[in-house]
Design a protein around this ligand. Structure first.
Ligand code: SER
Length: 315
């Protein structure tokens, strides 16, 4: 991994991954792309190109122009948006992925794309969900993610493309807001804690989901991409996780820093149904054994850092 093209660079993961990669691999070796332009440092402080991932020719042209050796495909709709616009999600999530895989095949690139806990479904074992298990998701996002995992395996087996990926849990960060995910409550809650001292959760009490703080997620991507390929047995869908909690627990963690913080509930049936179909906790043993995955933030450590950073950000 020496020169990297990134799609969806202005999304939740991209906004931070681009900056980390520029630092580690050099400014001129990271080509950030997105369908829109903003005043983010992703656009203003390094190489940036407009790219709609549905445009295969342009993606190929950019890969050739910059002579990249790696593509990281991040552009996708998240679970709740995908549920609201299932056909668009199918077209964009699968169309974008197959275009990125084709560019990787054509140019012989190393390839990364994230899968998700959304790739599991109601018939998946809920606690300590194993690496290899039943995957019959009931959301369009989940259907996309399972198909994506299989497609990435296929490109490796059939064409020898060096595809790699993880199943991310809910990602929490103070930099770019997530858009349209089910786990987003665990980001919103920190903003609302400073702004209003209270939060109304759209996820019900007692709903456990896996989560991870963004610095751990970014490190996991780099570690997996740098891992010795001969050690990888799974390649495209490594379970990774840092913590699992229910809304009450994140509220309790915030209370340790902001004692007056309060939370109540107004459950959104769509996102609650999605959350109910996902695991309570997942087993990341394969990622630990095959490429040394580890997370450094637990719930309280993340809460302290989030609230500290947001205090500055929100003034
Ligand atoms: N955070 C994502 C979502 O909620 C899960 O991959 O959609």
């Amino acid at each position: 991994m020496k020169k990297i093209l990134i799609t969806g660079a202005l999304g939740q993961i991209g906004s931070e991954l681009v900056l980390k990669l520029r630092e580690e691999y050099g400014k001129d070796n990271v080509i950030a792309t997105d369908i829109r332009e903003t005043d983010s440092p992703v656009v203003t402080e390094g190489i940036f190109e407009l790219l709609n991932v549905m445009d295969y020719e342009k993606m190929l042209e950019l890969a050739k122009k910059y002579e990249v050796d790696t593509i990281m495909h991040l552009a996708a709709l998240l679970s709740a948006t995908a549920e609201a616009k299932p056909l668009l999600a199918w077209n964009l999530n699968m169309g974008g992925l197959v275009n990125a895989l084709e560019v990787a095949r054509e140019c012989n690139l190393q390839f990364f794309t994230p899968s998700s806990i959304g790739a599991f479904g109601p018939s998946t074992p809920k606690d300590q969900t194993p690496q290899d298990t039943i995957q019959r998701p009931t959301t369009m996002y989940g259907v996309n993610k399972v198909a994506g995992e299989l497609l990435c395996d296929y490109y490796y087996e059939k064409f020898g493309v060096d595809t790699r990926g993880v199943r991310f849990p809910g990602l929490i960060s103070y930099v770019a807001p997530p858009g349209g995910g089910t786990t987003d409550y665990a980001v919103e809650i920190y903003y609302e804690a400073w702004k209003n001292g209270r939060y109304t959760s759209y996820i019900a009490e007692g709903t456990y989901m896996d989560m991870m703080y963004m610095p751990d997620a970014l490190q996991a991507i780099v570690d997996l991409m740098e891992a010795d390929p001969t050690k990888l047995k799974h390649r495209n869908a490594f379970n990774v996780t840092a913590m699992s909690f229910e809304p009450e627990q994140i509220a309790a963690s915030i209370k340790k820093v902001i004692p007056g913080f309060e939370m109540d509930y107004h459950v959104d049936p769509v996102r609650q149904t999605i959350a109910n179909s996902w695991p309570n906790s997942i087993d990341a043993t394969a990622a630990k054994e095959e490429w040394g995955f580890h997370a450094t933030y637990d719930l309280d450590k993340m809460t302290e850092d989030m609230l500290e950073k947001l205090k500055v950000k929100l003034g």
